[in-house]
Design a protein around this ligand. Structure first.
Ligand SMILES: Cc1cc2nc3c(=O)[nH]c(=O)nc-3n(C[C@H](O)[C@H](O)[C@H](O)COP(=O)(O)OP(=O)(O)OC[C@H]3O[C@@H](n4cnc5c(N)ncnc54)[C@H](O)[C@@H]3O)c2cc1C
Ligand SMILES: *[C@@H]1O[C@H](CO)[C@@H](O)[C@H](O)[C@H]1NC(C)=O
Ligand SMILES: *[C@@H]1O[C@H](CO)[C@@H](O)[C@H](O)[C@H]1NC(C)=O
Ligand SMILES: *[C@@H]1O[C@H](CO)[C@@H](O)[C@H](O)[C@H]1NC(C)=O
Ligand SMILES: *[C@@H]1O[C@H](CO)[C@@H](O)[C@H](O)[C@H]1NC(C)=O
Length: 578
């Protein structure tokens, strides 16, 4: 249904130039906005057209990926920055009336810029002003505005209590709106599960412009916005979250080893220990190609284990001496601190930085980034890992981050929330490449690198479908164009992000937004007329062009596959399974 050029606009300006048309979109929108707002005074100061002096700075304020900070990136016709909930209602009503796509942005951390970029004409609804955080210590809960950052949430909790926290992401500038609605996780997930496992209530604006809470929206919609991505269903205004106990003293450490220092043994063992150990312990493992300090002029892989332990260092050291002696952890490698200091440390602040740093949201700079994700359900063999290290060094810059699951994650049903990746998953991989060189050549080069590594990983990760994490947005796994194939296209990425929960999400979507107003490149589609969830899913990625035949043979060997059968599969689907 997009874009519908507003009829009024056509009648008034039949031969208008683009700027005049944009002008008229602005005035039509503003007029609608004013007549729908119960406090119409001053609304023009929160509605920005391209011509407004502060349009660019408002747009840039929440761009967190330099890839989209270019003059050629598509720009919104209008940016609205609501100050009240009623402004959000008006924004929905008026963009619908004008037939212009609405893009909702809270913290702007979407890895593909889906909250502020589109190929269709669009308006940005910027939620950054709706960021009140109200903590109720007695009730161990808080209301958090969608525009709040995680740093603000942690800070406001800490202001009131030193023994309460919230199990969400580790980057303080990430926004509540996208993070929680996408099923956010952080370094307490083995103890407490995901951010969405601690959501008690929510307030949203639906497609009709109504404000609903968990009761009035109903069980299904409330379920959907706890991991299904808010933007498919409405605008999240705020979540009510349950706070969780944290000890007065926690322990952190970071230990690094290169291949020359026996990192290989460590990684093999890590796969067994990290997902099964004490749930108070979260040990993230990073694998990165680096220059060797031992053999000058060569490159090696560095494994870094970065950990949070909800307890004291003595207990941690004796636990790991027993379970992961390959790490060689000593008491001197550990630092005890308060939970809020560990939040700062994980946010890459130096030890001793004041918690006020968590309130800083004016970070108008970012590197160029690209991410992808995978789930590992069986430990990767030593041979497989060794081969992978060689490939990572050869590829260049892309690193892998292994985030261990288990603990609480395995106890929660895979249908409790739309987030399906629970029991049976050992760890999630984040593929990560950052660069500083601007321009399309660098962009192409690094995107190619990350895709190549993703191809190599095919035999080691989940299949049918190959699973992905919604918050690690990756448009490579499929998009829909809001056309007649929207449902079929949506199935491709939908099953990867949500597994069997995709069906329920489609039902909810069809019930609450049948016209698909809340569309985006990877939104939940509405039902196609023919209800068809069965059959095989289109989950195979085309990998032939990324890997040489020789590499395919090597991979096949590692998998102990029958080569003929395997290569037959490549030819048919580009599949890499046995
Ligand atoms: C540096 C960095 C660190 C990260 N660390 C973690 C981590 O530790 N754990 C983790 O789980 N993820 C992490 N992420 C991923 C992050 O959780 C997602 O990118 C998340 O969607 C960001 O939320 P946002 O509000 O900042 O993003 P936005 O770009 O504003 O939004 C992301 C998506 O959510 C939609 N959306 C935003 N606000 C609303 C709303 N109010 N109502 C409805 N829909 C909305 C947008 O339309 C878009 O589709 C990280 C990302 C970055 C860039
Ligand atoms: C944008 O420009 C219009 C027209 O000059 C003006 O009326 C409006 O107040 C401006 N809005 C902002 C947010 O600056
Ligand atoms: C405007 O609407 C908000 C709810 O969106 C309400 O709280 C407020 O009281 C209303 N103000 C007026 C003047 O009606
Ligand atoms: C851990 O502590 C020991 C003993 O002080 C030290 O030799 C080693 O370098 C430390 N390792 C790391 C990774 O800091
Ligand atoms: C975007 O570009 C501008 C100007 O080139 C720069 O000042 C700003 O820091 C950049 N922001 C990000 C997030 O890269």
């Amino acid at each position: 249904m997009f874009p519908l050029i507003p009829l009024l606009c056509l009648l008034l300006l039949p031969f208008s130039a683009p700027t005049a048309a944009a002008d008229s979109v602005y005035s039509t929108f503003l007029h609608c906005f004013q007549s729908n707002s119960n406090s119409s005074a001053g609304v023009s100061s929160i509605v920005f057209a391209r011509e407004n002096a502060s349009y660019t700075s408002v747009l840039r304020a929440y761009i967190r990926n330099a890839r989209f900070n270019t003059s050629s990136a598509p720009k919104p016709v209008i940016i609205v920055t609501p100050l009240t909930e009623s402004h959000v209602q008006s924004a929905v009503i008026c963009s619908k009336k004008l037939g212009i796509q609405l893009k909702i942005r809270s913290g702007g951390h979407d890895y593909e810029g889906v909250s502020y970029i589109s190929d269709v004409e669009f308006i940005i609804l910027d939620m950054s002003n709706l960021r009140t955080v109200t903590v109720d210590v007695a009730d161990q809960s808080a209301w958090v505005g969608a525009g709040a950052t995680l740093g603000e949430v942690y800070y406001r909790i800490w202001e009131k209590s030193k023994v309460l926290g919230y199990p969400a992401g580790v980057c303080p500038t990430v926004g509540v709106g996208g993070h929680i609605s996408g099923g956010g996780y952080g370094n307490m997930l083995r103890k407490y599960g995901l951010a969405v496992d601690h959501v008690l209530d929510a307030r949203i604006v639906d497609v009709k412009g109504r404000i609903l809470d968990s009761k009035s929206m109903g069980e299904d919609l409330f379920w959907a916005i706890k991991g299904g991505g808010g933007a498919s269903f409405g605008v999240v205004l705020a979540y009510k979250i349950r706070l969780v106990p944290v000890p007065e003293t926690v322990t952190i450490f970071r230990v690094e080893r290169t291949i020359e220092q026996n990192a290989a043994d460590l990684v093999v063992r890590w796969q067994e220990v990290a997902p099964t150990t004490d749930e108070n312990l979260f040990m993230r493992l990073l694998l990165q190609p680096v220059s060797s300090k031992i053999k000058k002029g060569t490159r090696t892989i560095r494994a870094s284990v970065v950990a949070l332990f909800l307890g004291k260092s003595e207990e941690l050291v004796s636990l790991l001496k027993k379970e992961l002696p390959e790490l060689g952890l000593q008491k001197e490698n550990c630092t005890e601190m308060s939970w809020i200091d560990s939040v700062l440390w994980w946010g890459n602040f130096d030890i001793g930085t004041s918690p006020e740093a968590l309130l800083d949201r004016n970070v108008d700079s970012a590197g160029f980034l690209r991410r992808k994700s995978d789930y590992v359900q069986k430990p990767i063999s030593r041979d497989g890992l060794n081969w992978l290290y060689k490939k990572m060094i050869e590829i260049g810059k892309t690193g892998l981050v292994f985030n261990p699951y288990g603990g609480k994650m395995s106890e929660i049903s895979s249908t409790a929330t739309p987030f399906p990746h629970r029991a049976g998953n050992l760890y999630k991989i984040q593929y990560s490449v950052n660069w500083n060189e601007p321009g399309p050549e660098a962009d192409q080069e690094f995107v190619k690198q990350i895709r190549r590594l993703y191809s190599f990983m095919t035999p080691f990760v989940s299949k049918n479908p190959r699973q992905s994490f919604l918050n690690y947005r990756d448009l490579d796994i499929g998009i829909n164009n809001n056309d007649k194939n929207s449902f079929e296209d949506g199935k491709v990425y939908g099953f990867k992000y949500f597994g069997e929960n995709f069906e329920r999400l489609v039902k909810v979507k069809t019930a609450v937004d049948p016209e698909n107003f809340f569309w985006n490149e990877q939104s939940i589609p509405t039902h196609s007329r023919k209800l068809d969830f069965g059959g095989t899913m289109k989950s195979a990625e085309k990998i032939e062009i990324l890997l040489t035949i020789n590499e395919l043979y090597q991979l096949a060997d590692l998998q102990g596959c029958i080569l003929g059968r395997l290569l037959g599969q490549f030819a048919a689907y580009g599949h890499l399974g046995c």
